[in-house]
Design a protein around this ligand. Sequence first.
Ligand code: SAM
Length: 273
Amino acid sequence: MTSERTITIGDEVTRAWLNKYQGWEEPYRTTPGHILRLARRPPMATITKWTGLGPGSSVIEVGCGGGAFGLALAVLGASVVLLDIDENVMASAQANVKALSRRLGRQLPVQLVTADLLHYDGEEKFDMCISDGLIEHWRDPEQRLTVLRAHAALVGPGGFVAVTIPNNYHPWSQRWEAQGWPWTKSDNPLCEAKLSYQELAGELQRAGLSDVMVDGYLVWDTLSKWPKSKLRQWLVRALKLILGYDRVGPWPLPRRTRLKWGTCLLGIGRRPG
Ligand SMILES: C[S@@+](CC[C@H](N)C(=O)[O-])C[C@H]1O[C@@H](n2cnc3c(N)ncnc32)[C@H](O)[C@@H]1O
């Protein structure tokens, strides 16, 4: 299931990820339960609706960490490659593949690759390349463009690139920063870029993609994002249940509200065919 490659680590941000992860409790841990819920929810519903991809499609998730997005798509029938530079996180992705396959009673078609996205020499072209919370760690726009182009290079003509980033223009961002949110602190080597939804759309276009759309999601997580509290997380879960979030997606919020109050943004573009 796993294929190792010669890993070239050529850039500062990637090195910072590897250093931070050594002996550090992984902040992006995901569980099979979370992946199964994600498969039914926005942004997954938006991605499948917008791209039209479904069972049998081929997908690569880059910078996959525990593999939440790629594995949710595998649950929905896609054949998936998970790629990350860090072998520790690949071990957790592998554990998720095993646990999900056991739970679903079928082997998920997932291949794991440990490699640097920026020096990846795989020849396969996919229907979609997706990343979740990756590109914003390159604060330099030109470097970010290189990263986006590396996504686009992995899809065939007509294929899709989908990226998610935190919405660092969220109306409460400054409040979270004042309360100690670590990811926008400039002394953090992995400090995130601040990108509006218009800027995200522009960057996808600059990377050569067309038919670009951007949406906001995880609006209700505004209430529980930071500081973390179990109680508030449970309250948001209850709220989502009451609102029927699993059944009806981001309803009843209009797109304008999702773009403003969503704690995350999703951007999708298409490689011209
Ligand atoms: C913010 S984490 C996101 C993990 C996962 N997508 C999630 O949201 O749970 C970024 C991930 O990208 C990986 N990464 C960083 N630079 C990379 C590179 N150049 N090639 C492949 N993976 C990389 C890190 O090891 C880390 O697992």
